[in-house]
Write a protein that binds this ligand. Structure first.
Ligand SMILES: C[S@@+](CC[C@H](N)C(=O)[O-])C[C@H]1O[C@@H](n2cnc3c(N)ncnc32)[C@H](O)[C@@H]1O
Length: 117
């Protein structure tokens, strides 16, 4: 596919993403919240904050990486969405001079991948 890169999906779906996929299972938030202890968490592809925001509300210090400005701006427009630090770019290449207790990527709980550092 021509002209498709890591930002394309988000840029194209941002307007409708929460309408289609905005729900989440509260058990997934509880599971993620139980993993990093008091350490910080990093979500790869944080998107509109569907998972990161309830996790943040649950008391986890969460940051994100995302390639799509359109997706992130949807999160920024939500209550507390501007409080979450987001690093712009592709998580396939991103270098960050910080350590996280939990790095995760999630869409639905069935595709949850967690990594402890
Ligand atoms: C299906 S959405 C999931 C968003 C969020 N994790 C959730 O569960 O609602 C995928 C997100 O990953 C981002 N993304 C996809 N590939 C990426 C990459 N290589 N680097 C950074 N972000 C990427 C997209 O822009 C989009 O915001």
């Amino acid at each position: 596919m021509n002209n498709y890169d890591e930002s394309t999906y988000g840029e194209q779906i941002a307007e409708f993403y929460d309408e289609f996929y905005g729900e989440y299972d509260p058990a997934s938030i509880e599971l993620l919240a139980s993993l990093p202890g008091s350490g910080p968490a990093l979500e790869l592809g944080i998107g509109t904050g569907r998972i990161a925001l309830p996790l943040y509300e649950r008391g986890v210090h969460v940051e994100g990486i995302d390639a799509s400005e359109a997706m992130v701006s949807k999160m920024r427009a939500k209550p507390k969405g501007a409080e979450i630090e987001v690093h712009s770019g592709s998580f396939a290449e991103f270098k960050i001079d910080k350590r996280f207790r939990l790095i995760y990527v999630v869409f639905k709980l069935s595709s949850l991948l967690c990594c402890f550092l």
